[in-house]
Write a protein that binds this ligand. Structure first.
Ligand SMILES: *Cc1c(COP(=O)(O)O)cnc(C)c1O
Length: 448
C-alpha cells in the first residue's frame, strides 16, 4: 500500500486532470473526452459496484465464535454464564464510550425500546428528519406518539435551524439521525434540546463508528440506537443495540425488550433496579447474533479507517474541479466517508451525471437507504393498523399534514444530490478510476 502522499503525487488533482484533458486547462472545451454514454471508451470495463461492508471482514474469528455457540448447545443468552451477547454489549459500550449497551433483534426494535425508555406515548410529539429510514417514523407511531418532520440541510441530515420551528408544548424528543455515514450536527441539536427541555435520541444506524468532535456517535444524546442489518457498518444480518449512560433509561429499555424482567447480570449492574415493571415485549438477541457481533465489533475501527482514507483520496482527487459542491459534513474527521456526493444544482443534471458515471463503469446513485417519508403514500395518508390509533386521533394528529408541502426543501436537496457509494476495500486502482470517471463526467456535463 502506498501512503497518502505517494498516492496523491501519482493521482493528485493536477496529474489526473491533465491525464484526462491532455495539456489543455482543466475544464477547457477542447480537453473534453467523449463520454461512454455517448459512445466513448468507459473508464472501467468491469463495473465497480456496491458491496455490504461487514461481511467482507468475516474471518476465522466469526467462525470460532459461532462454532462455540453451536457446540455449547445453548443459543439462548440467559441459559449460559458466558453469554456472547453480554460480551458484545460490554465491548460495544466500551468502544462507544457509554456505560451501558443492550443487544436487541434489530434497529427498529432498538428504537421501540429507546422510545419506551424515554416514556414516549400518546400526546407526545417527536421531531425527526423528513429524509430517513421508515423505522424512525414507524416506531414513533407504534408508541402512539405523533411524528413531526423537520427539513434536512446540505449535509442531508436534519437541519438544526428547522427543528426549533417544529417545537410545540407537546414535543418530547428529537431523533438525531446520522445518515449515510455523516454525523448529525449534535451541538446545535443539544443546545435546542436543553433550551426546550427535550430528550435527544441518536439514531446512528448508518454511522456506527462515526464521531462528532472527537466523541463517538451514540454517546452524545440521552440515548442512542444502532442497527446491524446487512447494509450497516458491521452486521449479523439483523440485529440492533440501545446505548446510554443513564441507568434509568437503560433499565426501562431492558425491561421493555425482555417481558419486563431484569435478569441476573443486569440486576447486578443496576443494583436491583429502580423501575417498576410494565407491559413489555421480547426483542432479545440470540447467541448466534451475539457471536457474530462480538467478532465484527473488533473490526469497526478497521472498516471506518479504510472508508475514511479511501474517501479522502477521492475528495482530494476532485477538489480542484470548478464550482464543485461536495456534500457538507459537520465533522469531516468523524464522518465515515460512506459517500462522495455532489450537489448538482438540479435533478436533471444530477440524473444525467449519475447515468454518465454508471456508463463509465462506476456505480453511482442518488442518496439511498432512506426515504423522503412525508411523501410516502401510507405516511401521507396517516395509515395505521387501527382507525382509532392515538397518533392521529388527537386534535394535533388530525390537523397535521404530511405530503410534499410539508418538506419542500428536503425534496429539493435530496433531488439534487448524488455520487458514489464508497467501500473500505476499494484498491488504489479503483480509487483512481472513480476520480478519473468523476472528473471526466463532471467536466463534460458542467461545461456543456
Ligand atoms: C437500518 C436503519 C434502521 C432500522 O434498522 P433495522 O435493523 O433494519 O430494523 C433505523 N434507522 C436507520 C437510520 C437505519 O438506517
Amino acid at each position: 500500500m502506498k501512503n497518502r502522499r505517494q498516492f496523491l503525487s501519482t493521482l493528485g488533482a493536477a496529474s489526473v486532470g491533465s491525464m484526462i484533458v491532455g495539456t489543455g486547462a482543466v475544464g477547457s472545451a477542447a480537453g473534453k473526452e467523449k463520454l461512454a454514454i455517448d459512445g466513448g471508451t468507459p473508464v472501467r470495463k468491469t463495473p465497480l459496484g456496491y458491496k455490504a461492508y461487514g461481511p467482507q471482514f468475516y474471518n476465522d474469528v466469526e467462525k470460532r465464535e459461532l462454532l462455540e455457540v453451536l457446540e455449547s448447545r445453548r443459543p439462548f443468552r440467559w441459559w449460559k454464564s458466558n453469554s456472547k451477547v453480554l460480551e458484545f454489549e460490554e465491548a460495544y459500550a466500551a468502544r462507544i464510550g457509554v456505560k451501558y449497551a443492550l443487544g436487541v433483534t434489530s434497529g427498529t426494535t432498538a428504537l421501540c425500546a429507546a422510545l419506551a425508555a424515554l416514556e414516549i406515548g400518546p400526546g407526545d410529539e417527536v421531531i425527526l428528519p423528513a429524509w430517513t429510514w421508515y423505522a424512525d417514523y414507524d416506531t414513533i407511531v407504534l408508541a402512539g406518539a405523533l411524528p413531526v418532520f423537520a427539513e434536512v440541510d446540505s449535509s442531508l441530515n436534519i437541519d438544526p435551524d428547522d427543528i426549533e420551528a417544529r417545537i410545540t408544548p407537546r414535543t418530547k424528543a428529537i431523533i438525531a439521525v446520522s445518515l449515510q455515514g455523516c454525523p448529525a450536527d449534535m451541538d446545535p441539536i443539544l443546545e435546542i434540546a436543553r433550551k426546550h427541555k427535550l430528550r435527544v435520541l441518536e439514531d446512528f444506524s448508518q454511522c456506527v463508528g462515526g464521531r462528532y468532535r472527537g466523541t463517538y456517535l451514540g454517546s452524545i444524546g440521552d440515548i442512542g440506537i444502532s442497527s446491524f442489518q446487512e447494509s450497516k457498518t458491521i452486521t449479523s444480518g439483523e440485529g440492533g443495540a440501545v446505548v446510554t449512560n443513564d441507568p434509568e433509561l437503560f433499565e426501562r429499555a431492558i425491561r421493555f425488550h425482555d417481558v419486563s424482567s431484569l435478569r441476573a447480570p443486569y440486576n447486578e449492574i443496576l443494583k436491583g433496579g429502580m423501575v417498576a415493571g410494565f407491559a413489555a415485549s421480547n426483542f432479545r438477541m440470540n447467541e448466534f447474533t451475539g457471536a457474530v457481533l462480538k467478532a465484527q465489533e473488533q473490526d469497526i475501527e478497521t472498516i471506518c479507517a479504510a472508508l475514511r482514507s479511501n474517501t479522502r483520496k477521492v475528495r482530494e482527487g476532485i477538489a480542484d474541479l470548478p464550482g464543485l459542491k461536495i456534500r457538507r459534513s459537520p465533522d469531516i474527521e468523524g464522518d465515515l466517508g460512506v459517500t462522495v456526493f455532489l450537489d448538482h444544482g438540479t435533478r436533471e443534471r444530477r440524473d444525467r451525471f449519475l447515468r454518465a458515471l454508471r456508463a463509465e463503469g462506476i456505480s453511482a446513485s442518488p442518496p439511498g437507504g432512506s426515504v423522503i417519508l412525508p411523501i410516502d403514500k401510507r405516511i401521507e395518508n396517516k395509515l395505521t393498523v387501527h382507525p382509532a390509533w392515538p397518533s392521529f386521533n388527537s386534535p394535533e394528529g388530525k390537523a397535521i399534514r404530511y405530503g410534499a408541502d410539508s418538506c419542500p426543501r428536503t425534496i429539493d436537496i435530496i433531488g439534487r444530490e448524488g455520487g458514489v457509494i464508497m467501500d473500505p476495500n476499494f484498491s488504489d486502482g479503483d480509487l483512481k478510476d472513480i476520480i478519473l470517471a468523476i472528473r471526466k463526467v463532471y467536466l463534460a456535463i458542467y461545461k456543456a
